[in-house]
Design a protein around this ligand. Structure first.
Ligand code: FES
Length: 166
């Protein structure tokens, strides 16, 4: 994350973000969106709607309690997108407890700086992640098709996701 994106004389989006208080690290995450993608084979897909109206979808690939891969889809501002991208880099290869304990400060440290008015956007990424971990542990996978249920699903009396999927 050392590459400088905005240069003197740059009048583009990166320069505007730098002027409004985004660090070069945050700008790079926002511009490159390295962890922004759908994950068709995810073990957990969860969606979270923020109070600002922005939305995040979290995808987790989990193997024996370890998050082997993760991604987000974000309908939101540069603060939300950069926070989500940083969150993935923090949790990839870590266990679910680590993800559940991840907080705003952890992400802010990675981003270095974003505008004060955008600090709440980091919470959106964190809350979406925590929801995904909780739903994985509860066996609630709101965005997976019923026939994609894992073989370890033991919901013999009806899939807990059924009502959400309908
Ligand atoms: Fe909604 Fe940033 S304004 S997440």
């Amino acid at each position: 994350m050392s590459q400088i994106i905005s240069q003197p004389g740059d009048t583009g989006e990166a320069a505007m973000l730098a002027e409004t208080g985004y660090s070069q690290t945050a700008i790079k995450y926002y511009m490159e969106k390295p962890n922004m993608r759908e994950m068709p084979d995810a073990d957990q897909v969860s969606e979270f709607l923020g109070s600002c109206g922005d939305t995040m979808k979290v995808f987790l690939k989990i193997d024996d309690n370890t998050i082997t891969d993760a991604s987000y889809q974000v309908l939101g501002c540069p603060g939300a997108i950069s926070a989500a991208m940083a969150a993935v880099d923090l949790i990839r290869g870590k266990d679910l407890d680590f993800a559940k304990k991840l907080n705003d400060g952890d992400i802010f440290k990675v981003l270095v700086e974003i505008p004060v008015k955008k600090h709440h956007c980091i919470q959106l990424a964190v809350k979406a992640l925590h929801k995904a971990v909780d739903e994985y542990r509860n066996g609630t996978n709101g965005n997976k098709a019923p026939d994609a249920c894992g073989s370890d699903c033991d919901c013999k009396n009806g899939c807990p996701s059924k009502d959400i999927i309908a």
